[in-house]
Design a protein. Structure first.
Length: 445
């Protein structure tokens, strides 16, 4: 056991070298491996004091200073994380998933805490909300960014912002989609490679978010509410004929927009399986039609009042789950894309939920006990670095396993041709082992 412990700690030290170069000062370079080791190692609590005890550091002052009080810039370290994540799972067949995760908190003094919807609890509760960006390929996710969303109750209270040490550039009011686009620009600037951006209906509802993705020339597939208005793809703009009054000066669509669920009412549905889960194949009924989203400029149309004009032509996809639940999506993938590929692309978003769960349950993302903006984001950054290291080991183990497979087995697998092409390959979960468990107990243990 001791040999294995030393081996992974030595490997971690080597893997962290590029991150440590970005930290500069020798005290920070010494504390960073301790903090990441504490997150990876055993223990129910991954807050500063319990980790300091397990790491035999004596007092927790040094770890606390590194995370909460020390003067150092996280931006170079965040950039190195993007570089390493791209090396691990970046590529044209990777997906970038935009989502958010809630951290329940008691009291009102921790930065960003307010009564918000907490997905972990399934209800509105006191919590912090972190907008997340996850890069994933072959069912292996790596977290790229976790940025705190500040509700209006915080951005409008200068004393709270000052007390929590929120930087001036983050004190403005921004929606989650706006925050996600800002983080996306940082990811793109670092050269991270991916093929498609995915997001749930909380982001897909925003016309400015979808238009922002298109303006960045990105492929995207997002959830939407069932009532979002769309036009048929063949909608035409016509000159309105009026019997009396002033002549009209603007074109109007020849048909009215309708809710997404109504547009799919007469569509052809088919059962599609997109991957194999722990209980067998995951499948649902899907339908897809080409539409134009009603997110153009608003204009009065006859007696219907203000209506949004037709915007971008995209895919409208419906999903009827076996449980009876119905979901709807938009995607700007090419018009020749088949329904199976659309379904596989949409369902690739699940991987970020697994990443959120592992960051919390295994690495203590939600265990930080400080109240400051700086401390929370540094702790989140260390958890993402620890997670990337574990995925590095996970992929290395998968490569060793593949290398040791018998040639005959490889030949048999190679002879099987896929039934249909997919934009994003779905590697079987069994082919890649789970996150490796680490043990940092001392000899006395």
């Amino acid at each position: 056991m001791i040999g294995r412990t030393l081996h992974w700690q030595d490997e971690l030290g080597h893997w962290l070298e590029l991150f440590l170069d970005r930290l500069g000062h020798k005290a920070r370079r010494r504390m960073c491996p301790f903090y990441v080791s504490g997150l990876i190692g055993p223990g129910d609590r991954k807050s500063i004091q319990p980790m300091a005890r397990r790491l035999a550091l004596g007092e927790s002052d040094q770890l606390h200073h590194f995370i909460a009080a020390g003067v150092w810039d996280t931006a170079p370290v965040e950039t190195e994380l993007l570089v390493q994540a791209d090396r691990l799972v970046g590529g044209r067949d990777a997906v970038l998933v935009i989502d958010d995760t809630a951290i329940p908190k008691k009291g009102m003094h921790s930065v960003g805490v307010a009564a918000q919807y907490a997905s972990a609890l399934g209800k509105t509760a006191n919590c912090q909300t972190l907008v997340s960006l996850t890069l994933a390929r072959g069912e292996v996710p790596v977290m790229l960014a976790l940025r705190l969303f500040l509700p209006e109750s915080w951005t409008s209270n200068r004393s709270w912002l000052q007390r929590a040490g929120v930087p001036a550039e983050h004190r403005i009011s921004r929606t989650k989609p706006e925050l996600a686009l800002a983080e996306l620009d940082r990811v793109i600037a670092a050269g991270v490679r991916f093929g498609c951006v995915l997001a749930d209906a909380g982001y897909g509802l925003s016309a400015s978010f979808r238009q922002g993705l298109t303006a960045r020339k990105l492929a995207w597939a997002v959830g939407i509410p069932r009532h979002l208005k769309v036009y048929p793809a063949d909608v035409r703009m016509i000159w309105p004929v009026v019997k009396r009054g002033r002549p009209r000066k603007r074109y109007i669509p020849n048909v009215l927009s309708k809710p997404a669920e109504d547009m799919l009412a007469a569509a052809r549905w088919q059962t599609i399986s997109w991957r194999t889960g722990t209980k067998g194949k995951l499948k649902a009924r899907f339908a897809a039609v080409r539409v134009r989203v009603a997110d153009g400029p608003p204009q009065r149309i006859r007696d219907k009042g203000q209506q949004h004009l037709p915007g971008e032509e995209v895919w409208l996809i419906g999903e009827h789950r076996m449980s009876g639940e119905k979901k709807y999506y938009l995607a700007n993938l090419p018009a020749k894309t088949d329904v199976r590929t659309l379904a596989a692309t949409i369902k690739a978003r699940w991987i970020c939920e697994q990443a959120h769960q592992q960051l919390k349950e295994e690495l203590g993302l939600d265990h930080f006990e400080g109240r400051s903006w700086q401390g929370l984001h540094r702790h989140a950054l260390m958890t993402m670095i620890a997670y990337a290291f574990l995925q590095h080991r996970r992929l290395a183990a998968a490569r060793r396993k593949k290398k040791n497979q018998r040639p005959s087995a490889s030949a048999n697998l190679a002879s099987r041709s896929p039934r249909h092409p997919r934009t994003h390959r779905a590697t079987a979960t069994a082919a890649v082992p789970a996150l490796p468990k680490m043990d940092v107990r001392r000899v006395a243990a």
